[in-house]
Design a protein around this ligand. Structure first.
Ligand code: F1P
Length: 627
């Protein structure tokens, strides 16, 4: 085990200093050649297994080489004990307030929201006297960013720090645990908050400060100063690493090495999933302490997640889920003929995951807003509970009346409906629409394909038109988790299952549709600094004979539509502002770089391939090779 992790780390580090989170994964190198959903699932099963490799020993890569003195699992244990003690203290003397603050950008912020809401709700259910949310969240761009992408705020350290300060100011005399999430150790928004926490003046009420991400500390972003002292994220991480050594009960770096994403840089996938596992384990373990059960074992808990992977990627499931992916891809191919992918859940908790997964396809794959959607069913928008307001307010597709009013949008056999069946104990029944009725309407009034994913404990019957993805072992695993730990943990596992399924459907459908070249989403939106450098990296990868500077020049030529650059070249913020909202920036830059043609001709070439980036690059590469 030790050796394999060492090898993996070394392998990652030697590759031109590119952070693990931005490297292409060798397993999925040919994912764009897959011809079926099942083949995609075979690859995802391998990359998802990598999630579990780097937990047992430490994988912090220190400047002096590998060190295994801080195991991630041990850190989970220390932090969860601290959280338990504070919640316990609070329950005995309510004036001793305590808060956990989870914060992140994009997917990381969305997971901060989900985990903070579920944990706070659960605590309220066991301590009815609790009159506030013990766990709070911050997401860059505010609640609007829960289901929309607002990537530019990620580059603003001061905004991050101010938002954290606001929460602390609102709750004076409240002790806090802060956990920042940035999968690539790259978001200045989060760095600003870490900087704030490490500053002694602000430190009074901060009991613990931690960060979650999936690169070795050495690979933290070294550009973009974060504070007045011109320190960058890397400098802060080195400080944090030192402080963690000196005071391991207060400072935490959670960075298990999980290997690169199946779609390069798509941190919503493995990194998001691992973020969730880490937070789930910390919170579940705290609950187990509260329940006076001392016997929770992190490894055993981790095992539950692996068991679910085995069920999900078992032959039979792969076949059925593969079929859903195939038909979802068919829906994308037929967008002009009524094709669309729709998720529907009757639980706000799981519906959030549906809406998030769908909304992430817009920035990730340049999907249109009607291509893939999540719905949460309720009698009407107002009847949905206050608890999930942040999400409900910002999600345009929250209630099923939307569906009923717009049935004509779903009246094509290319339209796919995926219904999530669950028995969510936190859902209040009276607020929920009569689901059977909705199903009946869909069946009678539309031609769409209907699938059900059964995450409940009941068996569901197949009918002619409704195919069911049944995974019987799941309910056994959930029940066991609930018995051994808590029903909270079992909910976490259910969310984990659904996240993997939805990620597989949306990723699989877009990859089969031809949105990636190899495992790289070339048409990346250039909407923040991380993505600007990712775009340059993509050009470098495919045009190895060019140097970094030339690659950046091609990117700028595309951003400014072939016009001469009038701004300072290093005014990246300006370039991002101009790039935001423009289409096909990287593909056009790549065509110019590969062929030497100008901007207008690159646009023509892309047009000729009907904007299929993959086909266009494929043709060009063949042409160049045959010269
Ligand atoms: C945050 C994030 C991602 C998103 C995109 C832009 O990344 O918003 O969630 O998919 O890559 O960045 P991170 O700070 O968690 O690395």
């Amino acid at each position: 085990m030790l050796n394999s992790v060492r090898e993996k780390v070394e392998e990652f580090v030697v590759q031109n200093g590119i952070p693990v989170s931005e490297l292409p994964n060798k397993i999925t190198n040919n994912i764009d050649l897959a011809t079926s959903g099942e083949e995609i699932l075979n690859l995802l099963s391998e990359t998802d297994k990598e999630i579990f490799r780097g937990w047992v020993i430490s994988d912090n890569l220190k400047s002096d080489g590998l060190s295994n003195d801080f195991s991630i699992l041990k850190k989970i244990s220390i932090l969860s004990k601290l959280i338990y003690e504070k919640i316990h203290e609070q329950s005995k003397s309510p004036d001793k307030r305590f808060k956990i603050i989870l914060s992140g950008c994009g997917t990381s912020g969305r997971l901060a929201y989900l985990c903070s809401q579920t944990f706070s709700l659960f605590l309220k259910s066991i301590y009815p006297a609790l009159d506030y949310n013990v766990c709070d969240y911050i997401i860059a761009g505010g609640d609007y960013a829960l289901v929309n992408s607002v990537e530019s705020v990620e580059d603003k350290p001061k905004v991050g720090a101010q938002l954290l300060k606001n929460i602390l100011d609102e709750h004076p005399n409240t002790e806090c645990v802060y956990l920042g999430i940035t999968c690539g150790f790259s978001a200045p928004f989060v760095a600003g908050q870490i900087d704030f926490c490490l500053n002694k003046e602000n430190n009074r009420n901060i009991l613990a400060c931690g960060i979650i991400g999936f690169n070795p500390v050495e690979m933290t972003r070294k550009t973009s100063p974060i504070n007045e002292n011109n320190e960058n994220f890397y400098d802060l991480m080195k400080k944090l690493e030192n402080m963690e050594r000196q005071d391991p009960n207060k400072y935490f770096i959670f960075n298990p090495l999980i290997g690169p994403e199946p779609i390069t840089g798509s941190s919503r996938m493995k990194s998001g999933t691992t973020t969730k596992i880490l937070i789930d384990l910390i919170f579940t373990k705290a609950l187990v302490y509260l329940d006076k059960r001392e016997n929770s074992n992190e490894l055993e808990m981790l095992d539950f997640y692996e068991k679910i992977l085995n069920v999900l990627y078992a032959e039979n499931t792969k076949k059925n889920l593969g079929n859903i992916i195939d038909n979802s891809c068919e829906a994308l191919r037929n967008l002009k003929h009524g094709g669309s992918i729709n998720y529907l859940s009757d639980s706000e908790r799981l519906g959030l995951l549906c809406c998030v997964d769908a909304s992430e396809c817009l920035p990730t794959y340049g999907a249109g807003k009607n291509d893939i959607k999540g719905f949460v069913s309720a009698k009407n928008a107002k009847s949905l509970t206050q608890k999930w307001q942040g999400f409900i307010k910002n999600c345009p597709t929250v209630w099923s009346q939307n569906i009923i009013d717009h049935l004509e949008n779903f009246n094509s056999d290319k339209c796919v409906f995926i219904l999530i069946e669950s028995d969510d104990e936190f859902q209040s029944d009276q607020e929920i629409i009569d689901k059977e009725n909705l199903e009946k309407i869909l069946l009678e009034k539309t031609q769409c394909k209907i699938y059900k994913i059964n995450l409940s404990s009941k068996n569901i019957e197949h009918t002619n038109r409704i195919k069911v993805l049944e995974m019987n072992e799941l309910s056994i695993i959930y029940r066991e988790a609930s018995k051994m730990y808590s029903s909270y943990f079992s909910n976490c596992l259910q969310e984990f299952t659904l996240k993997l399924i939805l990620n597989a459907i949306s990723t699989g459908a877009h990859v089969l549709y031809g949105k990636t070249y190899e495992n790289i989403m070339i048409d990346v939106k250039v909407s923040n600094i991380k993505l600007y450098w990712r775009a340059c990296g993509i050009l470098k990868k495919f045009c190895s004979e060019l140097n970094k500077e030339q690659c950046e020049d091609y990117l700028l030529a595309s951003i400014y539509s072939g016009e001469k650059l009038t701004n300072e070249k290093n005014d990246i913020e300006k370039h991002i502002e101009v790039a935001t909202g423009k289409e096909f920036i990287v593909p056009k830059a790549l065509i110019m770089a590969l062929t030497g043609c100008n901007y207008s001709n690159a646009t023509l070439l892309l047009d000729e391939s009907r904007n299929s980036v993959r086909n266009c690059i494929f043709k060009l590469k063949n042409k160049i090779q045959n010269k």
